[in-house]
Ligand binder design. Structure first.
Ligand SMILES: CC(C)(COP(=O)(O)OP(=O)(O)OC[C@H]1O[C@@H](n2cnc3c(N)ncnc32)[C@H](O)[C@@H]1OP(=O)(O)O)[C@@H](O)C(=O)NCCC(=O)NCCS
Length: 214
């Protein structure tokens, strides 16, 4: 029997806590979060991001998985915590094809699938039921919300966010830091930094100013 390895989450994601607690490979040591009162289902609070340097010295074996979804923040946190600390977490019923490649710090949630010859960068999250089909090229710090479908030979550049249930049609390229709204069907390339919504997906005309996802 293999021994479980210690891992800490950055940010609170209840679905990810539930997943890690189920996996025999990992022992969930705690959560780093700037809000000490964050509701982390009883998981120990290890401090804010600033606490990492000290904890890392005391526990050099402690791995990290970044639970944060907004992709720009996620990429800053990777720099702060360091790529060497990143660990990949795969659900027992998550599927990763033998010919697929995952960078460090990826999350393959329950029912998520990475199909043949797909290549994922570091810190990519496939939330529950998300699928990357064959030959997908998925950049660093991409977030795929529950149930989204990235069809064959799609390219998602670094820090793309794809909302729940969205579908990206084959061969489409989505530029760096772009956001795909929940439920969108993306049939054409999306420029860097753009937010698109709807079927077929069109640029979002913002009437109110809000915090972007990336
Ligand atoms: C696309 C998105 C990022 C836009 O967020 P936002 O910039 O805060 O946009 P707002 O909520 O201010 O909405 C702006 C307008 O777009 C519309 N809109 C927002 N999201 C939309 C979507 N996914 N599809 C169609 N229209 C959408 C709103 O109704 C609103 O229209 P109005 O101006 O006529 O009232 C966001 O709505 C979204 O879809 N996020 C993904 C959520 C998700 O999947 N979460 C998973 C969590 S695990």
């Amino acid at each position: 029997m293999t021994q479980s390895r210690p891992i800490a989450m950055v940010g609170v994601d209840k679905d990810l806590i539930d997943l890690i607690q189920e996996l025999p490979d990992w022992e969930l040591a705690g959560v780093f979060d700037s809000h000490p009162a964050a509701d982390a289902l009883g998981i120990p609070h290890l401090g804010g991001d600033d606490a990492w340097a000290e904890v890392h010295v005391a526990r050099p074996d402690l791995g990290i998985v970044i639970a944060i979804d907004p992709t720009g923040l996620k990429s800053k946190l990777v720099i702060h915590y360091g790529r060497d600390a990143l660990r990949t977490v795969i659900a027992l019923d998550g599927y990763v094809a033998r010919s697929a490649t995952l960078g460090p710090g990826c999350i393959v949630q329950r029912g998520a699938r990475v199909l043949p010859a797909a290549v994922l960068g570091h810190s990519v999250k496939l939330n529950v039921g998300a699928t990357v089909h064959h030959d997908g090229r998925i950049g660093d710090c991409v977030t795929l919300a529950p149930g989204c479908t990235i069809l064959g030979t799609v390219t998602l550049e670094d820090r793309v966010y794809v909302g729940a249930g969205a579908i990206i049609l084959p061969k489409v390229t989505v530029g760096k830091g772009a956001t795909i709204g929940a439920g969108a069907v993306v049939a054409a390339d999306v420029p860097e930094g753009m937010t698109v919504v709807g079927v077929p997906a069109r640029p979002l005309e913002r009437r109110r100013k809000r915090e972007p996802m990336s």
